[in-house]
Design a protein around this ligand. Structure first.
Ligand SMILES: Nc1ncnc2c1ncn2[C@@H]1O[C@H](COP(=O)(O)OP(=O)(O)OP(=O)(O)O)[C@@H](O)[C@H]1O
Ligand SMILES: [Mg+2]
Length: 509
């Protein structure tokens, strides 16, 4: 059996009253693709941030290759061959990949030989099957490409242990398969991997051993030969009653209901000019009726982001019109659109969804700040009322936090997501536009979010559900539209769902 590479002994970490890690023992062996599983807020990112030197533990020891090692900073961890790709991208948007990667080497290798390093970066990306455009500014690139760049950055710094914190939340199935191939190459070349994910299916496909965490503790280390979906789900959610299905997919009850005769949303021949990262939209039309969850399926970068965004910000339309309850919103600002009973949860929650430094309370107010309920004398923000709304969101959406004053960036990734979705439900809704709402959520929370979408639908409202996971779309949508290269390729009714057909259409077949 391979030797222990990482051995964390008895690690504890508290943030004020929050006990994030409680006497953790965590072992990774050389050459493993080690899955780290656990519900939202279980402590996965905190443990990895300790290994990476971002946090110091209150207690415990770390052994690398059998040697006790004190890691005080990321520089220390990089020196020890540890590289980490965070849940939230840390690339500088205004810089190119080469600039970011050279910056990331923390002064050690900072050199004026850009041309030489550029070649080296290209070599590494080819060696590991992670090609990307090296001279394009990060802000122009898709989430999948940014991730490749972050991985190459870690490898360039000499990482022999690569920690990937939820690398697949923004990847579609085909991109996951690519990543899987790269993971195998890493292992061949002597790189060990810790892989955090919420998708049990991915763990089963990719991992050679798994550690399951729960409420700041390690539940178990499971070896490859003992891996099974049922076993993992049980370890993750012990006392909760989660039914385990073969596929480990969330379940939802979608009753037959009558849909309204008049459309809530009418999209009429809209076009949006494309750019480097998106083909834009090309003459798209569809209607969504009250009582419908309308899914949009696309491989990311095929215009799906535009579809969600243009409803909130119609000023991006090049031609065509969008109507809500029969009224054109073409000349409306986002706040005008919100005032019509529309809410939006964006794809990139960290970049577009939140004020990072703001409190949960301030973040819950975002988008609602002009509503009468939250204004005193039509002029000043009513902070008491805002606090009440925030507490409702925390309670109903089970946001793991001591109170509503905590700054948003201190929440775990999944809890940020819950707060953002909760915010959309603060006021009565006619139409919810939601893009990848379940990314980074554990399966029990995904089921909860689906239940909220279905409740909205059952009450006669509409949902535009743009999602990159086709399985999820098929579970909860009444109809599914397929986008490819900015064009609407077809719309399927529930009775016509066929994963193969839809999947083929998504890739242009
Ligand atoms: N800097 C911080 N300040 C205060 N609390 C924190 C901080 N970082 C994490 N926590 C808390 O520690 C706990 C564990 O968080 P962590 O981010 O490690 O969870 P996670 O397992 O990565 O969850 P997710 O799957 O949602 O990303 C949570 O209750 C979180 O709110
Ligand atoms: Mg996390």
């Amino acid at each position: 059996m391979a030797a222990d590479y990482i051995n964390c002994k008895n690690i504890s970490k508290a943030f004020g009253v929050v006990k994030a890690l409680d006497s953790i023992d965590f072992v990774v062996k050389k050459g493993e693709i080690h899955g780290l599983l656990g519900e939202n807020g279980a402590g996965k990112s905190t443990l990895m941030n300790i290994l990476y030197g971002l946090y110091r533990p209150n207690k415990g020891e770390i052994f690398l290759d059998g040697k006790k090692t004190i890691i005080k900073s990321p520089l220390d961890s990089i020196k020890n061959g540890i590289g980490m790709v965070h849940q939230i991208s840390t690339l500088v948007p205004e810089f190119t990949a080469v600039e970011n990667i050279m910056l990331g080497s923390e002064g050690e290798k900072l050199t004026l030989h850009t041309a030489r390093e550029r070649e080296k970066i290209k070599e590494i990306s080819e060696e590991f099957g992670l090609q990307f455009p090296v001279d394009v500014k990060i802000k122009e690139l898709s989430a999948g490409i940014k991730q490749k760049i972050e991985i190459v950055r870690a490898l360039y710094s000499g990482a022999t242990l690569l920690i990937l914190d939820e690398p697949t939340t923004s990847l579609v199935e085909s991109e996951f398969q690519q990543l899987l191939k790269s993971l195998k190459v890493f292992v061949e070349k002597g790189v060990t991997v810790v892989f955090i994910t919420h998708k049990i299916k991915e763990v089963m496909e990719a991992c050679t051993a798994v550690t399951v965490m729960r409420k700041g503790k390690v539940q178990a280390r499971v070896e490859k030969e003992e891996l099974g979906i049922e076993k993992l789900v049980k370890l993750m959610f012990m006392e909760q009653n989660i039914e385990v299905t073969e596929s480990a997919l969330p379940k939802v009850n979608l009753p037959e209901i009558e849909i309204s005769k008049n459309p809530v949303l009418q999209v009429k021949n809209i076009s949006i000019t494309g750019n480097d990262t998106s083909p834009g939209l090309k003459d798209i039309s569809f209607d969504i009726f009250g009582g419908e969850i309308f899914g949009v399926a696309a491989v990311s970068g095929n215009g799906e982001k535009n579809i969600a965004e243009c409803i909130i910000n119609p000023s991006v339309l090049h031609s065509g019109d969008i109507l809500i309850n029969g009224e054109s919103i073409k000349n409306n600002s986002p706040l005008d659109v919100f005032a019509k009973g529309v809410s939006y949860t964006p794809e990139d929650r960290i970049k577009e969804g939140i004020l990072n430094e703001g409190s949960i309370k301030e973040n819950v107010l975002l988008g609602h700040q002009e509503e009468e309920r939250f204004l005193k004398k039509k002029l000043f923000i009513d902070w008491n009322e805002t606090a009440l709304a925030a507490r409702d969101v925390i309670k109903e959406f089970n946001v793991d936090t001591p109170d509503e004053e905590l700054s948003m960036r201190r929440l775990s990734g999944g809890n940020i997501q819950k707060a953002i979705i909760g915010r959309a439900f603060v006021s009565p809704l006619k139409l919810l536009v939601t893009h990848n709402p379940t990314s980074g959520l554990d399966i029990s929370t995904v089921e909860f979010i689906f239940k909220k979408l279905v409740e909205l639908r059952n009450s006669g409202s509409s949902v535009l559900f743009v999602n990159e996971d086709l399985d999820e779309l098929m579970i909860v949508s009444d109809r599914i539209a397929v986008l490819h290269d900015g064009k609407l390729k077809g719309i399927f009714k529930r009775s016509e769902y066929d994963k193969y057909k839809i999947g083929l259409m998504m890739i242009g077949g």
